[in-house]
Design a protein around this ligand. Structure first.
Ligand SMILES: Cc1cc2nc3c(=O)[nH]c(=O)nc-3n(C[C@H](O)[C@H](O)[C@H](O)COP(=O)(O)OP(=O)(O)OC[C@H]3O[C@@H](n4cnc5c(N)ncnc54)[C@H](O)[C@@H]3O)c2cc1C
Length: 340
């Protein structure tokens, strides 16, 4: 197990923010994860599990042991008549996993193509796109408690998945390292096309009866067109969650702004489009120094040069204040903040 000291994380986060990890370990398997946790405990340091850094804001250096995982295995656990069960190690790249499953005829993940990050991070915020969330496929999450090094296995129900949410962001925040996930995927030609942009893309390609590969291709095309590539324009994807508000407040807002997109939820609450709120406040394409909201996508905060994490957070605060003042709606940041 190699332990790196004062390691730069600039190339390890998609916003390309400059920050250092006091210690950085890349663990090859669960045994090394447990050894790294023991080491951190002996040094009196907190542990920060990190994947590809595509959903974090590094506000400054991390007085912590940053724990990365490199294990990349797909283990076929069982084959049923119309489904397979797999165990995927945490270090597997998410998009590579989607591609590998598609190539083997294991279906379901196509809508989640091109989401950056590792498989181990997928259950943390229950990644979702184009009408599908990963919880639909997760059978179990395997991991290790940071404090004790003891292993755990959680069922889907125990993960308490929600919109961009799970137990790992709540009760188990900073307490658990995910080492593998078990997925159940279909071997039938099943697709899930309910999202307008996806439907339109398939229509424009003349596909009436899409196969999983068609959905995959369409998702990749739409995302490539709409979302800036972090390699060229450093960003962390959607920077704010879509706010969910009460039905009464939504009704009042729609009276004042009939064009406001609003999606009623099963429990009567209403989900708003954060991008629309931000755009209405004039932030689409707006920039202050090296930080700003993208010109084509108001929800994507971009570091267009050498912005610091603190500048990113200050700008995010300005956006949050403006939306609160204009609409009375509280925006919440999606990425997790680390470092001081
Ligand atoms: C261009 C772009 C597009 C995106 N599109 C989407 C999208 O469509 N839908 C969506 O849901 N998200 C999207 N994201 C956000 C991001 O890709 C996902 O949240 C992804 O799952 C993060 O993976 P990661 O490996 O980069 O995690 P990191 O950013 O490294 O970590 C994120 C959080 O998870 C924790 N974590 C990571 N790995 C582990 C582990 N093994 N055990 C315990 N905790 C862990 C970290 O401590 C941190 O709190 C996008 C991001 C970008 C840059």
């Amino acid at each position: 197990m190699q332990i790196l000291h004062a390691e730069s994380l600039k190339q390890r986060n998609t916003l390309h923010l400059d920050a250092r990890a006091q210690l950085l370990v890349s663990a090859a398997d669960e045994r090394e994860v447990i050894a790294a946790l023991d080491y951190a405990r002996a040094q009196g340091l907190p542990v920060v599990p990190m994947g590809e850094g595509s959903n974090v804001v590094l506000a400054g250096d991390l007085a912590a042991l940053v724990l990365c995982q490199s294990a990349q295995q797909i283990q076929l656990l069982a084959e049923h008549t119309d489904a397979v069960r797999l165990r995927v190690s945490a270090g597997y790249g998410w998009h590579a996993l989607v591609q590998a499953c598609l190539a083997r005829g294991w279906h379901g993940l196509e809508n989640l193509a091109l989401i950056p990050g590792q498989a181990g991070a997928a259950p943390i915020q229950n990644i979702g796109a184009y009408g599908v969330e990963v919880e639909r496929f997760v059978e179990a999450v395997h991991g290790v408690y940071i404090e004790t090094g003891e292993a755990f296995v959680f069922s889907t129900g125990e993960c308490q998945f929600g919109y961009r949410d799970s137990i790992f962001k709540r009760n188990l925040r900073d307490k658990a390292v995910v080492t593998a996930i078990d997925l159940r995927l279909s071997t039938r030609r099943q697709v899930h096309v309910v999202y307008p942009a996806l439907e339109q893309e398939l229509q424009s390609r003349g596909v009436d009866d899409p196969a999983p590969v068609d959905v995959f291709d369409a998702v990749v095309a739409v995302r490539s067109r709409r979302l800036p590539d972090p390699a060229r324009e450093p960003n962390a994807g959607s920077f704010f969650k879509n706010p969910v508000i009460g039905g009464d407040q939504a009704h009042a807002l729609r009276q004042a702004a009939p064009a406001m997109p609003a999606y009623e939820q099963a429990d009567g609450s209403v989900k708003l489009a954060a991008a629309w709120l931000i755009e209405q406040c004039g932030f689409k394409g707006h920039r202050e120094g090296d930080v700003g909201m993208h010109g084509d996508h108001a929800l994507v905060l971009v570091n267009s040069g050498s912005a610091t994490g603190k500048e990113v957070l200050a700008y995010a605060g300005v956006v949050i204040d403006a939306v609160r003042e204009r609409f009375g709606v509280a925006l919440e940041m999606e990425p997790r903040v680390y470092g001081t």
